[in-house]
Design a protein around this ligand. Structure first.
Ligand code: 3Y8
Ligand code: NAP
Length: 256
């Protein structure tokens, strides 16, 4: 059975996997939700937009005769990951998650770990401070509950309407980010508190390294729970799984 892979993308790991699959000449499609105006160019054919829930994704897998799904989406993209578990089971297509471990506190870190965005908002109660929100665009509205702060917002695209925070400044920048640029950003904006998601990985860790060096407090939002599924943490492990699948498939075709 010739592999026909679907990679659910939107992360540095997905881009690294796309390069490896293209180098191997494998038939694969990279899928984006369509959250940003100009997603990174990829060496694989891309599709952009939702599937229409788990049923829509199952239909896509059947109609396109997808042989394997690799969920390389972000740890906070819980809905698509839940849909992928349901749809791959419904369509009888093997699923593998490609993820990264959460960041763990190191010597010198001053972290307040909270379970979700509402808890991060609640933790901002108190006198006005200069706060960097490095959580993207989607969760911003929740922080309107704490309007007393000056917020530094980092977004991928210019927002269509001003964020609902009375006192804010905007930085339009997509990662991956570097420690020097994040240190300079925090210093220039006199930030005293950073809010971030525990995304893990290398693409967004610079701000935490910078915060440690500047002895800034970090409110770190824990990732949402994901359904049980087979998971790996490297592109090499994905390729090993695909090689195993291929040899198992060949053996089955030979009836051994
Ligand atoms: C559309 C596709 C690559 C992938 C790069 C990674 C690294 C840079 C760091 C900060 C944190 C944040 C945000 C972030 C990072 C990588 C990775 C990562 C965080 C792109 C991309 C898409 C998105 C969607 C976007 C979200 C937003 C989140 C910005 C491409 C650039 C904050 C997550 O405006 C919006 O609607 C933005 C939405 C989901 C979170 C949010 O809730 O707003 N990512 N990010 C994907 C799609 O359409 O399917 O253009 O490459 C991908 C990347 N973003 O190949 O180089 O792997 O983690 N993305 C967070 O971690 O908190 C920025 O500012 O420090
Ligand atoms: P989400 O909340 O888990 O998913 C919401 C809906 O968006 C899904 O049900 C699906 O729509 C669609 N969708 C999400 N990812 C998709 C993909 N890769 N391909 C096709 N459809 C997708 O997703 P999210 O948190 O908004 O993340 C969206 C994208 O941004 C993902 O690619 C993710 O990897 C990337 N990203 C997210 C974050 C983050 O902080 N959440 C950070 C970095 C990158 P249907 O139900 O219609 O199928």
């Amino acid at each position: 059975m010739t592999p026909n892979l679907l990679v659910l993308g939107g992360t540095s790991e997905a881009s690294e996997l796309a390069r490896e699959l293209a180098a191997r000449g494998l038939t694969a499609t990279l899928s984006y939700a369509g959250r940003v105006a100009r997603p990174r160019r990829q060496p694989l054919p891309c599709r952009v937009g939702g599937f229409g829930g788990a049923d829509g994704l199952a239909a896509y897998l059947r109609d396109r005769r997808v042989t394997h799904v690799i969920d390389a989406t972000h740890p906070f993209a819980a809905q698509i990951s839940r849909n992928a578990v349901i749809a791959s089971a419904e369509a009888g297509v093997p699923l593998l998650g490609l993820t990264r471990p959460p960041w763990r506190p190191q010597e010198g870190d001053d972290w307040l770990e909270v379970p979700d965005i509402p808890a991060a908002v609640a933790a901002l109660a108190g006198p006005a401070r200069r706060v960097m929100l490095a959580v993207g665009r989607q969760p911003l509205a929740a922080f309107a509950e704490q309007p007393q702060h000056h917020y530094l917002l980092r977004l991928v695209d210019e927002p269509e309407r001003p964020p609902p925070l009375p006192d804010h400044s905007l930085v339009i920048s997509r990662g991956p980010f570097s420690v020097p640029e994040d240190t300079d950003l925090l210093r220039r904006h006199r930030i005293s508190l950073l809010v971030a998601k525990n995304a893990g990985g290398s693409g967004a860790v610079a701000k935490l390294t910078a915060a440690r060096a500047l002895a800034l407090r970090v409110i770190l939002v824990a990732r949402p729970p994901l359904p049980a599924r087979r998971e790996v943490e490297s592109v090499a492990a994905v390729c090993a799984w695909l090689d195993h699948e291929a040899s198992a498939g060949t053996a089955a075709e030979r009836g051994v």
